[in-house]
Design a protein around this ligand. Structure first.
Ligand code: C5P
Length: 224
């Protein structure tokens, strides 16, 4: 009998520290979905551009530098990791300096264009590795990258809850500043797209958020 299990594309968007990564990782493990953290892509590009001495105000310089960044993908467990000319980004992309600059580089249209097809191409990577689908987290996944995704979630949480999460991770982050820049940029701003399922996690545990999303994933035909 033919296998009728669908291949699902699940988009998870939301502001900084809204719970996207924990939720995506848990769903990836539960349903054997490839996990794609697009924030880590913008962070890796930011790290490389800073290393090259470029500032986010130098759009022409950034545009000229992008084609020199040879992007690849390595699947590590259930996570798709970006490689840039053989370099696999590590914890250095979570530094205070990257936190401070990433939203400024991410607002540059050439940077977003550079990553657009790479991100869409992750669906083929997930299929090639025989995952049941992919769960991609970011800011514009449900609005721009996969507007036709099978499920589009938008996570929210109060500023206090989000600041508390970052502090618990021991990170210096500029949640408020990044959200402001991400929400107000002209290209692919952070928005809850029409038709997306909004989940406010302020008073929910991770298990409860994952439970809500899991019900809808099962309804689309995937099994735990
Ligand atoms: O998800 P994370 O907080 O690691 O993302 C870092 C930054 O990357 C965001 O603040 C945003 O500026 C940018 N980003 C984006 N679009 C995405 C994912 C991340 O602009 N899809």
């Amino acid at each position: 009998m033919a296998d009728t299990t669908p291949f699902l594309v699940i988009a998870i968007d939301g502001g900084a520290a809204s719970g996207k990564s924990s939720t995506s990782r848990a769903l990836s493990a539960r349903f054997n979905l490839m996990h794609v953290d697009t924030g880590s892509f913008y962070r890796a590009i930011t790290f490389k551009l800073l290393e090259a001495g470029l500032a986010p105000t130098d759009e022409a310089g950034v545009q000229a530098a992008l084609p020199r960044l040879a992007l690849g993908t390595r699947v590590d467990g259930r996570t798709a990791k970006m490689e840039i000319a053989g370099w696999t980004p590590g914890e250095e992309i979570r530094s205070a300096q990257v936190n401070e600059n990433v939203s400024r580089f991410a607002a540059i249209p050439a940077v977003r264009k550079f990553l657009l097809e790479y991100q869409r191409g992750q669906a083929a990577v997930a299929r090639a590795h025989r995952f049941a689908g992919l769960v991609m987290e970011g800011r514009d996944i449900g609005s721009v990258i996969f507007p036709d995704a099978d499920l589009r979630f938008f996570l929210e949480a109060s500023p206090e809850a989000r600041a508390g999460r970052r502090a618990a991770e021991g990170q210096v982050d500029q949640i408020h500043e990044r959200d402001k820049l991400d929400s107000t940029r002209k290209t692919a701003p952070l928005v809850c797209p029409a038709g997306a399922i909004a989940i406010d996690s302020t008073h929910l545990s991770l298990e409860q958020v994952v439970g809500k999303a899991s019900e809808l994933i099962r309804a689309k035909g995937l099994r735990d």
